[in-house]
Structure formats: C-alpha cells, structure tokens
Design a binder for this molecule. Sequence first.
Ligand code: ZN
Length: 129
Amino acid sequence: MPDSHHRTTLPPPLALLRDTPAGAIFALAAKDALLEGVAACTQRTVADAEWRNGQRTLVLTLERGPSVTFTAAGQHLACACSCRKWHPQSHCSHVVTGWALLKRAVSPESLAAFRFGDRSCATSRSSWG
Ligand SMILES: [Zn+2]
C-alpha cells in the first residue's frame, strides 16, 4: 500500500483543511454539537467516501450515519450534512466528527488532545486513496 504522506498534491477540500488551524474546529458548531461530535471520534469511522465536482467536493458517509459534504469554495471550506439537525448557520455533530477525522488524516500531528478510535483515521485516509 503506497504511503499517502508523500503525496504532494491533495484535492482542494483536503488541501484547505490541511492549511486550516486545528483550533478552527471549536468555531464549527455550538457547544453541544461540538462535544457530541468530538466524542463520536472514538467510535465513528467512514463507511464510504466519494469525490464529486472534479474533486472539489468530498462526500463522507459515516458508518451508521448521515453523509457529510466538504466543498472547496475558493479559499473557504463549506461543510454540510444530510441529517435534520444540520443548518448552514449551525453545524451538527456529524460535521464536527467528519472534520476532525479528515483533519487528523491530513495532519496526523493535529488534534492531539482528541481521542480517536484505532480504525477511524486509517479508514478515512484509505477511503479517498
Ligand atoms: Zn448531521
């Protein structure tokens, strides 16, 4: 299996995420959704990942969960979720979980204080490979 660390060019949503400070996660959602999303990192894994829109959009389907969409809009990473709790002005816990899993996958040294399941990041990294 090739080592994705040495890949120099990431698709736009992942490149944006790599260049975003990990602390930006705390501004993603209200406190309840944030805590729920962070807690879910220990259990959630990515069931499926699909590129759309010429690799400008990454759709992550969480295991036993909804689909979270990350779209590169210029220098902005737009997030959305298919669940009912999601709203453009208040992201749900799934966006937080998906963001954290992806961030950890593209910047393995980040979010060191977070606990991730053994499988979660490896799965997200292999999903887009
Ligand atoms: Zn959601």
